[in-house]
Design a protein around this ligand. Structure first.
Ligand code: SF4
Length: 76
């Protein structure tokens, strides 16, 4: 599995993750923060689990681009 997390409350709305991976991230028009598409919220940590390891590369680019380091990518 691939597990992506976004600690959304700390997002500063810079849009870099969307530029790196628009398939998995988009900006909210409501509050200007990033949304991890199809994720589930558990106490502010939005998590997306996927069996598709092909998504790792683009998600890691988004994680590396994030200036406040609130995106993580793990493979299990
Ligand atoms: S790169 Fe980080 S701070 Fe910037 S919009 Fe995405 S999650 Fe928010």
């Amino acid at each position: 599995m691939v597990i992506i997390t976004l600690q959304r409350g700390k997002c500063i709305g810079c849009n870099y993750c969307v530029e790196m991976d628009p398939v998995h991230f988009q900006m909210s028009k409501k509050d200007g923060k990033s949304v991890l598409i199809h994720s589930v919220n558990a106490k502010g940590f939005f998590t997306l689990k996927s069996p598709n390891h092909g998504i790792v590369e683009s998600c890691e680019l988004a994680a590396k681009a994030c200036p406040v380091k609130i995106i993580t990518v793990k493979e299990t």
